[in-house]
Design a protein around this ligand. Structure first.
Ligand SMILES: [Zn+2]
Length: 341
């Protein structure tokens, strides 16, 4: 990863004149980048978010980073057509308002779209990060040819975005695709949303770590305890995966159980939407076949045969750039839709 504040500009010229400015506003870092129509990142700029400083400081950092990017040598500001912003949800995409993001403490109904548009004089669109990622994978990544694509990110949380009939599906109020909060076990563990037994409470990295911590606290013999070196609060999903790779039975059981729940959730989505492509991204996909094999098996077993056989299940392709490329895809789509009058 680049150091904060470092500017990274590609040597070759963009594949055409038009550039789109993507801004990925995350809980830990803000990335602004210029992306051409082919999905090539021609320049980018990182800042740490330092979310604890509050809304005004974070917005200022976002504006400063973007200004720095646009005024850098070798950047043709006149070529920039529009701005897209991926933010931690929930947001009102139509009004460009960030409503109450859990990762950005103190933010409430911030008209970020309007603020950025006023600052840079370019049409600006906002989308929540999971929807933006779905649009990024659909436009530039593994989902290029798919008209019906379900994107799921499985990381510390679980989120998603639906591309149906070639378009992002937002629902009545823009809150669709909360994949992580479909109920899988009605009396299951408490979820961050207040509900019980959500997919996120059963199959996310946070859920895997929590289950491991509970077992270690019960005194169960497992390598996870050794990997944590006595710091049970520090137990992570990554440690569980490491222990599983080393043949630890408890770790394998924890992962097997989480992947069954993930598979059940994916089978539900496949039955509901009959997608041709299910794209799974996020940190948990680093486990590779440990995730994809059980998910495929469970989808085949639980979804209708015709829908199960119609769906390809693939790993997301854009990796760490998904936020930036997703934000650029949001800007491109908005221009194509002519949403800005
Ligand atoms: Zn939930």
């Amino acid at each position: 990863m680049k150091r904060t504040g470092e500017l990274d500009i590609a040597k070759e010229p963009p594949s055409n004149k038009d550039l789109f400015l993507g801004i990925d506003l995350g809980g830990t870092k803000i990335v602004a980048g210029l992306v051409d129509r082919g999905g090539r990142i021609v320049a980018r700029q990182h800042r740490t978010t330092q979310a604890r400083d509050g809304q005004d400081a974070v917005v200022r950092r976002l504006m400063d980073g973007t200004t720095h990017l646009l005024s850098a040598e070798g950047v043709d500001r006149a070529a920039v057509v529009a701005i897209g912003v991926a933010t931690p949800g929930p947001i009102d995409a139509r009004l460009g308002v960030v409503t109450a993001p859990p990762n950005l403490p103190g933010w409430r109904d911030v008209p970020l779209g309007r603020m950025i548009q006023d600052e840079f004089g370019l049409p600006t669109s906002l989308e929540n990060d999971a929807n933006a990622a779905a649009m990024g994978e659909h436009r530039f990544g593994v989902g290029c040819d798919a008209e019906h694509l379900i994107y799921v990110t499985a990381s510390t949380g679980i989120g998603g975005g639906f591309i149906l009939d070639g378009r992002l599906y937002r629902g009545a109020t823009g809150a669709a695709a909360e994949v992580g909060h479909m109920t899988i076990l009605p009396h299951g563990p408490l979820c961050g949303c207040g509900n019980r037994g959500c997919l996120e409470a059963l199959a996310s990295g946070t859920a895997i770590a929590r289950e491991a911590r509970e077992r270690v606290a019960r005194g169960v013999a497992t390598l996870i305890a050794e990997l944590a070196q006595g710091d049970s609060d520090g137990i992570s999903a990554k440690m569980v995966a490491q222990a599983a790779d080393l043949g630890d039975a408890e770790a394998n059981e924890i992962l097997d159980q989480a992947m069954i729940f993930l598979g059940v959730g994916m089978a539900n989505l496949v039955n509901l939407f009959n997608p041709q492509l299910l794209v799974i991204g996020g940190g948990l996909t680093k486990m590779g076949p440990r995730l994809f094999d059980p998910v495929r098996r469970i989808v085949d077993r639980r979804a209708f045969p015709a829908t199960a056989s119609a769906v390809e299940i693939k790993r997301a392709q854009l990796g760490d750039d998904v936020g930036l490329l997703g934000a650029a895809a949001v800007a491109m789509t908005a221009i194509e839709d002519n949403r800005h009058e």
